[in-house]
Ligand binder design. Sequence first.
Ligand SMILES: NC(=O)c1ccc[n+]([C@@H]2O[C@H](COP(=O)([O-])OP(=O)(O)OC[C@H]3O[C@@H](n4cnc5c(N)ncnc54)[C@H](OP(=O)(O)O)[C@@H]3O)[C@@H](O)[C@H]2O)c1
Length: 234
Amino acid sequence: MIALITGATKGIGKAITEALADRGYELFITSRNPRELEDLKDELIAKYDVTTVHYHAADLSVKKDRQELIEQINKSCPQLDILINNAGVYLASESMLKEEEHVIRYSMEVNLFAPFDLTRALIPLLKKSRHPHIINICSVASLHAYSGAASYSVSKHAFLGFSRNLRAELMPQKIKVTSLLPGSTWSNSWAGADLPRERIMEPEDVAKVVLCAIDLSPSAVMEEVMFGPMEGEL
Ligand SMILES: NC(=O)c1ccc[n+]([C@@H]2O[C@H](COP(=O)([O-])OP(=O)(O)OC[C@H]3O[C@@H](n4cnc5c(N)ncnc54)[C@H](OP(=O)(O)O)[C@@H]3O)[C@@H](O)[C@H]2O)c1
C-alpha cells in the first residue's frame, strides 16, 4: 500500500506521515526542503517498520515544480492507494480589501491549484489501487470568514468546493474522497504564540482522524469532518 503526503515534513503532515509509517505503508513524501525530506526519510526508516520512502522536493506554488513532482511520482510508484493533500500556506493579512494581490494569488496556488493539478494527474495511479482514497486537509476556515487571514479562508473555501465536487465525481468510480476540517492545531504557524499548549489540538489528533477515515469498510466513506479544540476556536 502506497501513500503520498504533501507537506510531510512538519506539523499535521508529519503526524499523518508517522501514523501511516506506523501502519507499514510505503511512502512518498514531499515539501520544498530536500534536506528535511532526507532527514525525515532516515527518521521513518529508523523508527518504523517501513522499507521504502520516496521523496522529491517541490515548491507547490510553481506549476513546473508540480509537473516534475508528478513525473517523479509516476516513475517511483506503480500505484497509489492514498493521496493526502495536506500542504498549505497560511498568510496573515489585516484586510482582504487592502492586501497586495500576490497574497491571494499565492494562497490560491498552494491551497487550491496544487492539489487540483496533483489530484487530476494522479487519478490513473489511484485507479490501480483496490481501495483508493483521497484525503483533503481543508480547515474550519473553509466554512467561515476568518478575520486576519481572509485570503487563506477564501482559498480554503475553494479547496473544500473542489473536494466536494471531487467526491461527487469520483463516487461512481469508488474512489473515496474525504474532506477534513480541523480547527487550530499546533504547528509552525503557532510558533511564538503565547498560548498554553493544551488550548489547541495536537497534529496527532488530525492523524487519528485520518486513520479513522482509512479504517472504514469499503462500503463507507467519511465525507466531511469538522473538529477543533476542546475549549473552542481561537
Ligand atoms: N495548523 C492549523 O491550525 C491548521 C488548522 C486547520 C487546517 N490546517 C491545514 O493543515 C495543513 C497543514 O498545516 P500545518 O499547520 O501543519 O502547516 P506547517 O506546519 O506550516 O507545515 C506545512 C508543510 O507544507 C510544506 N509546504 C509549505 N509551503 C509549501 C509549498 N509552497 N510547496 C510545497 N510544500 C510546502 C512545508 O514544508 P516546507 O516549508 O519545507 O516546504 C511543511 O511540510 C494546511 O493545509 C493547513 O491549511 C492547519
